[in-house]
Ligand binder design. Structure first.
Ligand code: C2E
Ligand code: MG
Ligand code: MG
Ligand code: MG
Length: 274
């Protein structure tokens, strides 16, 4: 593929683009080996109740120590895996590892809840998420309420009917469902009315990283109040400062996750604080 340049010549399509595509292809072709060899790990970011100081749970986030590229962040490989359709394999691996960890913690008398991420393409009729999660929790003796299933708000937009059905059935079976990344810009307020979720995850970064900070704060306060008035729980993520935490507490958002409290950590480190 060549692009015509303004100077009348041809410029072969950009080397950066080529490298990115090669890398995406490498990432996808290497996934199954990586899953078997333990290059992919599940890390945990603690979630706290800021009022009581208690640890209330954690979010499972995958980390990949790639043989040639070193540590990769999900932002680098999740889009590649979504594109190649392999994200479901990764997610099944993560969910199972989480259930194994929960089983071990249950046996030790530490009853924790873990939020797991679900990618857009995982929510499809042919995937049967409900059956998958139900058999996982049965296999590991985990209570469904210990798994908090995070679905990103953009997924809610693409096929609302399928999603309402999936979410409702997961909840009927005792799983807790959360809307991730609320406030990222795709949300419709109407969706809050239609989607039967238990908890909203409000990402402060979307509202406070750019633009008017004061106005961002006002929106955060009102979203918290609105979500609670609608009968849902709310957890704020991306909490980085004590001021943010204090403000959230004041407007009634008690549960938080963010670098101010803890960064994501490997399972050994997590077990030291849990
Ligand atoms: P997410 O689900 O919204 O996860 C929260 C992200 O915010 C994590 O990034 C976390 O490290 C980061 N974060 C938490 N607190 C703070 C903070 O105070 N400040 C800042 N700047 N960042 C904070 P991470 O681990 O890089 O993951 C990025 C995204 O990749 C996740 O966003 C999620 O959508 C996706 N992801 C991660 N692991 C998985 C997985 O196992 N499966 C799927 N399908 N997606 C995953
Ligand atoms: Mg998440
Ligand atoms: Mg997510
Ligand atoms: Mg999020």
């Amino acid at each position: 593929r060549a692009n015509k340049t303004g100077k009348g010549g041809y410029e072969f399509y950009n080397a950066d683009q080529w490298r990115k595509e090669r890398r995406d292809a490498d990432i996808s072709s290497h996934l199954s080996i990586a899953l078997q060899s333990g290059e992919i790990q599940v890390w945990y970011q603690p979630q706290v109740n800021y009022e009581t100081g208690e640890l209330v749970g954690a979010e499972a986030l995958c980390r990949w120590k790639h043989a040639t590229f070193g540590w990769l962040s999900p932002a680098e490989f999740i889009p590649a895996l979504e594109e190649s359709g392999l994200i479901y394999d990764l997610d099944c691996y993560v969910w199972e590892q989480v259930c194994r960890d929960l089983q071990r913690w249950n046996e030790q008398g530490r009853r924790l809840a873990v939020s797991v991420n679900v990618a857009r393409s995982d929510v499809r009729d042919d995937k049967n998420l409900l059956e998958h999660f139900t058999s996982l929790v049965q296999r590991y003796g985990v209570d469904p309420s210990q798994l908090h299933i995070e679905i990103t708000e953009t997924v809610y937009m693409s096929d609302p009917e399928l999603l309402i059905r999936t979410v409702s059935r997961l909840r009927e079976h005792g799983f807790l469902v959360e809307m991730d990344d609320f406030g990222s810009g795709y949300s419709s307020l109407n969706m809050l009315k239609e989607m039967p979720v238990d908890r909203i995850k409000l990402d402060l970064r979307f509202l406070t990283e750019t633009g008017d900070q004061v106005k961002g704060g006002i929106i955060v306060n009102h979203v918290v109040k609105m979500v609670r008035a609608l009968g849902m729980d709310i957890l704020a993520e991306g909490v980085e400062t004590v001021d943010q935490a204090a403000n959230l507490l004041e407007c009634g958002c008690l549960e938080m996750q963010g670098f101010y409290f803890y960064k994501p950590m490997n399972v050994r480190e997590f077990e030291r604080i849990a």
